[in-house]
Structures are given as structure tokens and as C-alpha cells.
Write a protein of this length. Structure first.
Length: 314
């Protein structure tokens, strides 16, 4: 009987250990592959941290949202929210500073939240006569490739009780995560690059350098999904006219079936042209930041030679 009990306990421990190991592996996945819930929790943590690290001007103190020192005209909906920014979360705090509004705003502009940069200034309300009654400064954390979404903070001030009432909004964008099964597996040893251009013959180059191929695969596996919301354009719109582009086909060897096919319409900087991605013949969700892949293959594209019209078709 005792042996059965010991065996049962050992089995439970083994199952819990295996579950913990699986959870650990999930937590160790690149940030691009975390779940929406994990991404949203990360935004909450970042907003709390950014609010905690903001320094107020001398004579400033935080007050409650319903305090008489929190100007009513600063309350209400978040002033910088976009109508299509469904992934944007924010937290709001109010403060009161015993100094004139000009002095307060100038101090805040010269003491940005740690790690951020002042990127935008405004005052208003716009299109109304008379002097402005509020002034805002907008700070961003200049991460070239944020792990889980953009981070920013707006600080708006208005006159109140002869001094200054301040509203602080820490904002964070959460990203939809990629499916871990959508990563390109190892084993690619042959890369075909085709540069297409409307009205011209396609140009082709091949790559057998394993380091370069591994580098390209690593970049693709690090890219985020094209999000379903965007400040710049609706999801997936690339325009009606034909555009130049780059096709990339990864294979195990020259005559093997494609492991992955990618197509990037140019110029990538338009903001509306995702990296189209097909893995083992299966269409995957489009990816963002495709310019990183194109940049890694600049030298390869430059040496491509005409091959006739081959395009992206099967």
C-alpha cells in the first residue's frame, strides 16, 4: 500500500515538473510569440513603472481624480486616443503644482520620464478663439523594435486655482502574438531571391551561404504580426497599382520543395505593405517590419540577374 502511495506521489510530482517545464519554455519564447493576455499584462506593468518614475516639478504632488485640485476640464476620455487604436491601453494620474503653467510645462519638457524623448507638443483647444487653456507634451520610448508594443506618455496642464493642474497618461500598445508553429524551422540551405518590377523582367539571385540564410530566417522568426489595427492604414491595404517587390524562397537544397516563401512589396516605408508569408505551402498571417529582411539581402538583390517573368506564383 505504501509503495502505491509513493508511486502515486512520484507520478504527481513528475506531472507537475513536466507542466512547469512546459510553462518555462513558453515563458522563454521570444516576445513576438507571447499570448495576447501576456502582452496586455506587460503593458499594465510598463504603464505602472513609467508613472512611478515620472518626476514632478518642485511644489508638485499627486491628487485624486475627483480632487478639487484636478481641473474638471482635464478629466474625461484620453485626449490622444485614436478611433482605430483598439490595442491601446492607458493609465491616468492627476497632479497639482504650485507654480505657473508656463514654468510647470517647461520643467516637465526638460525632465522627461527616464528613457523617453519629447516628440510632440500641442496646445488648445484648436479652432477656437482666445488664448489656449491647456498645453500638452508627448513623450515616447524610442525603441527601434519594441518587444511587446509601443510605449508613450502624455502630460497636459491647465491653470487651476491660480496655479497648475496636470494630467498624466501613460499609454502602452499590446501586440497580437504569433503562433510558435509559424516559425521557419532549421534546415534551409538554399535561398532564391527574385526582384520583381512592373513592366520589366524579373531578376534572380541565389544564396548558399549558411550564415546569411540562418540570419534571414532568424529575422523572419523575430518579426511581429501585422496588427489588425493601425494608425497609418487599414489592415493589409497595399494600393491598387502594381508595385516592385522581392520574393524569397527557402529550400533545403536546390531541387527541394519550398520550406517557406515570402513576398515583400516595395517600398516598405509606405506603412501599408506587410511581408506575405507562406510556410510549407500554408498561408500564414502577414508580418510587419519586412524591411529588415530586405535590408539583410540588399547585396544579394543588387547582384540579381534577369531571368524572365517568374513572379510569386507557384
Amino acid at each position: 500500500m505504501r509503495l502505491r502511495a509513493v508511486a502515486a506521489v512520484a507520478l504527481v510530482v513528475a506531472l507537475l515538473t513536466a507542466a512547469g517545464a512546459r510553462a518555462g519554455r513558453v515563458e522563454r519564447l521570444p516576445p513576438r510569440y507571447v499570448s495576447d493576455a501576456v502582452s496586455q499584462r506587460a503593458t499594465q506593468r510598463d504603464m505602472k513603472r513609467h508613472l512611478a518614475h515620472l518626476s514632478l516639478p518642485p511644489g508638485g504632488r499627486y491628487v485624486g481624480a475627483h480632487s478639487p485640485l484636478a481641473a474638471k476640464r482635464l478629466r474625461g476620455r484620453y485626449p490622444f486616443r485614436s478611433g482605430v487604436a483598439f490595442h491601446l491601453l492607458w493609465r491616468t494620474r492627476f497632479a497639482f503644482v504650485t507654480a505657473p503653467i508656463g514654468q510647470t510645462v517647461s520643467w516637465l519638457a526638460h525632465h522627461p520620464p527616464p528613457g523617453s524623448e519629447l516628440t510632440y507638443s500641442t496646445k488648445g483647444p484648436m479652432h477656437q478663439p482666445g488664448p489656449p487653456w491647456y498645453r500638452c507634451r508627448y513623450f515616447e520610448w524610442p525603441d527601434g523594435r519594441p518587444a511587446i508594443g509601443e510605449r508613450a506618455m502624455s502630460v497636459c496642464a491647465t491653470k487651476a486655482h491660480g496655479e497648475t493642474s496636470v494630467r498624466i497618461d501613460a499609454e502602452a500598445e499590446w501586440l497580437e502574438g504569433r503562433n510558435p508553429l509559424s516559425r521557419i524551422p532549421g534546415g534551409s540551405r538554399y535561398l532564391e531571391v527574385i526582384a520583381t518590377s512592373p513592366g520589366k523582367s524579373d531578376r534572380r539571385a541565389t544564396v548558399t551561404d549558411r550564415k546569411l540564410i540562418a540570419h534571414v530566417v532568424a529575422i523572419v522568426n523575430s518579426l511581429p504580426l501585422t496588427q489588425h489595427t493601425s494608425y497609418t492604414c487599414p489592415h493589409g491595404i497595399e494600393g491598387q497599382e502594381p508595385h516592385p517587390g522581392v520574393v524569397m524562397i527557402l529550400r533545403a537544397h536546390r531541387r527541394a520543395d519550398p520550406i517557406a516563401r515570402l513576398y515583400q512589396s516595395l517600398p516598405v516605408e509606405s506603412g501599408c505593405r506587410p511581408l506575405h508569408f507562406r510556410l510549407r505551402g500554408r498561408n500564414e498571417p502577414a508580418l510587419d517590419e519586412g524591411w529588415l529582411v530586405v535590408r539583410a539581402l540588399d547585396a544579394t538583390i543588387a547582384r540579381a540577374r534577369p531571368i524572365g517573368d517568374r513572379g510569386f506564383g507557384e
